[in-house]
Design a protein around this ligand. Sequence first.
Ligand SMILES: Nc1ncnc2c1ncn2[C@@H]1O[C@H](COP(=O)(O)OP(=O)(O)OP(=O)(O)O)[C@@H](O)[C@H]1O
Ligand SMILES: [Mg+2]
Length: 290
Amino acid sequence: MIGNSNDDFTLSVKDVTKRFGRGKQQFTAVNKISLEATTDSAIGVIGESGSGKSTLARMIVGFEKPTEGTITINGLPLEQWMANPTDLLEYRRIVQYVAQDTSSSFDPKKKMGESIAAPIRKLLKIHDKDEIVQRTETIVSELGLDVALCSRYPRQLSGGQRQRFALARSLVVSPKLLICDEVVSALDVSVQGAVLNLIKKESAKRGIGLVFISHGLPATAFISSDLMVMKQGDVVEAGSVQEVIEHPRHEYTRALLHAYSYGQSSSEQVLSEQSQGSNPSSKELGNELV
Ligand SMILES: Nc1ncnc2c1ncn2[C@@H]1O[C@H](COP(=O)(O)OP(=O)(O)OP(=O)(O)O)[C@@H](O)[C@H]1O
Ligand SMILES: [Mg+2]
């Protein structure tokens, strides 16, 4: 087994490119992107549909192979983590991915409690039944869910409840990095704020680094300390939330801010929400930015 992943954690993405297709059909979905994340990071990735956000996330979790560039965790290349089953399981434990579409991310034939128990068994290698039940119930209640919901099937839950279960399933293995890909976009505006608060609070409390991918600027700025703005596979702007919002350099970032501002002082509004820890209002979250 490589390294001791309970120690410090650093993800380093260096000049990573992903091209799909061949010849004239070839297309660059992600173009030479670099980023670094630790357990203290909260990186927001924002950009229009098709800008390469999910492809970037999928490369970090190992679902897609970069065409060029390197991804390392604690200095060790991803391929090395993937090279044998033990290290791969450890990688899956420390880097967790929560996708937007929770309806297909749970086995329809498994009760919710069983879906939470599976990674406890597989990734934490805990097989004592009582301990599995206790850990499942603890995480489920910590995420504000009624424990009784554990005996329901995915289709018997609301989108907001399923999204919380998806977070519970990731948090239960104590990851070092949580990648949230459009986790609130599919939710009703009335529950978006609650889920955002939960992600922010739980990641800070548990010392988990966050990569938060979204179309929506208010939600992303609320959760993140740094922002990366993507357009057509490129990072067109990156920096602290404050820097990017107060001094947007790229026309596309300015357009995002303008769409959010309704003609008011957008940067002040976004930054005050971020510093006060209040979640963006429904009106702001409901405003599709791109
Ligand atoms: N497996 C694939 N094969 C070919 N093209 C792909 C593949 N996966 C993604 N793409 C293309 O790469 C581009 C980036 O896709 P990606 O899903 O990363 O965008 P995104 O920023 O996550 O968009 P959205 O906000 O809609 O989720 C898109 O043009 C998409 O069609
Ligand atoms: Mg996507």
